[in-house]
Design a protein around this ligand. Structure first.
Ligand SMILES: Nc1nc2c(ncn2[C@@H]2O[C@H](COP(=O)(O)OP(=O)(O)OP(=O)(O)O)[C@@H](O)[C@H]2O)c(=O)[nH]1
Ligand SMILES: [Mg+2]
Length: 345
């Protein structure tokens, strides 16, 4: 019963870098892992891939044979793979007892409209693969309400389309502090709490119409009604961040339950688990992410005191959690070996 995960996300979100980093991390943990390249346009493959779609079809071949552009050629290649699934299954069968990481293309339509990737996953599942989906989106989307809403919609569409255990992750979280201050604490973006606060920022600067505000409200309600989207955080060079994400993945695809063999490191990882909220608070502290001061208009967005919590003014139990989090963070950051030893080469 092979386990693994597929790695998807918009172009440049860090999929190939992730596959390389996670491959090294799992190998260091002693988990026999192979990376499968399903992206025929993968130019900078940093890992040694065990199975490569380019051995079946290349993007250039598809474009030349049918006079297609790069996007059409990519869709053709994936549909060609869908029709030749036995080729993929035979190649995968050559890697017994391995954990599989699938590096996928960045074309968003493959996860929102086209059925090919979905059918490929179904076929793998029928062949007893236990898979989860890791959807990477650039953390810079958090810096503007409108961009964050678009990423929420994309994540929701992808989740409902693929219908498989799914983890969304804000990638390159280490770069977020270079992109200015956030409107809210990071945990607001990871937990996708009350979108009324975001609604206010969406409407801000668009005084033109009630229709625009109604559209924004309807989109926020849609996302809240499904109540499915949340985010983990990821900096691929930080082993704490990779370990936290791996715990989520192992729970999602069942590796933690299905691979109960002696020395299964995922049991140890899970025993050491932190929840998503604490992880977001750790990430906020670790990467020095700043939050803007609240405006008067923000206070109008809610009658309650919750907005203070979203901006870091905590009380009671939150204060306690905050102190614990900071202590935990201080322990890790003052460790002399942390800066180099924690980096995956
Ligand atoms: N700082 C930082 N940079 C990252 C991280 N992950 C990826 N990158 C950088 O992001 C850029 C794009 O990464 P890729 O791995 O090529 O992205 P991709 O999603 O595979 O791109 P496509 O295959 O073209 O869709 C590279 O320059 C990476 O070095 C991260 O966690 N932190
Ligand atoms: Mg790539």
């Amino acid at each position: 019963m092979p386990f693994g995960h597929i790695v998807i996300g918009p172009p440049g979100s860090g999929k190939t870098t992730y596959c390389n980093g996670m491959h090294q991390f799992l190998s260091a943990l002693g988990r026999k892992t192979v990376v499968v390249n399903l992206d025929p346009a993968n130019e900078s493959m940093q890992y040694e891939c065990a199975v490569n779609i380019e051995d079946l079809i290349t993007l250039d071949d598809a474009m030349d044979a049918y006079q297609l552009g790069p996007n059409g050629g990519m869709v053709y290649c994936i549909e060609y793979l869908e029709k030749n699934m036995q080729w993929l299954l035979d190649r995968l069968a050559e890697h017994e007892d391995c954990y599989f990481i699938f590096d996928c293309p960045g074309q968003v339509e493959l996860y929102t409209h086209n059925q090919a990737i979905k059918n490929i996953v179904r076929r793998l599942e029928k062949s007893d693969f236990r898979l989860a989906c890791v959807h990477l989106v650039d953390a810079s989307y958090c810096t503007e309400a409108s961009r964050f809403i678009s990423v929420l919609l994309l994540s929701l569409t992808t989740m409902t389309m693929l219908e498989m255990p799914h983890i969304n992750a804000l990638s390159k979280i280490d770069l977020l502090n270079q992109m200015g201050q956030l409107d809210f604490n990071l945990e607001y973006y990871t937990t996708v709490m009350d979108l009324d606060y975001l609604l206010h920022h969406l409407n801000n600067g668009h005084e033109t119409g009630e229709k625009f505000a109604s559209l924004n409200r309807a989109i926020c309600e849609l996302i809240e009604d499904f109540s499915m989207v949340g985010f983990s955080t990821l900096c691929i060079t930080d082993k704490h961040s990779v370990a936290a994400l791996l715990k989520e993945i192992d729970k999602a695809n069942g590796y933690i339950f299905g691979a109960l063999t002696e020395g299964n490191e995922s049991i140890l990882l899970a025993a050491n688990a932190t929840d998503m909220l604490t992880e977001a608070r750790n990430a906020q502290a670790r990467y020095g992410l700043l939050t803007k001061a609240p405006t008067d208009a923000d206070a109008d967005a809610s009658e309650s005191d919750d907005v203070g919590v979203l901006r870091g003014k905590k009380s009671g139990i939150d204060n306690l959690v905050e102190r614990l989090t900071i202590k935990e963070h201080a322990q890790t950051t003052t460790s002399p070996s942390r800066s180099k030893a924690d980096e995956i080469p």
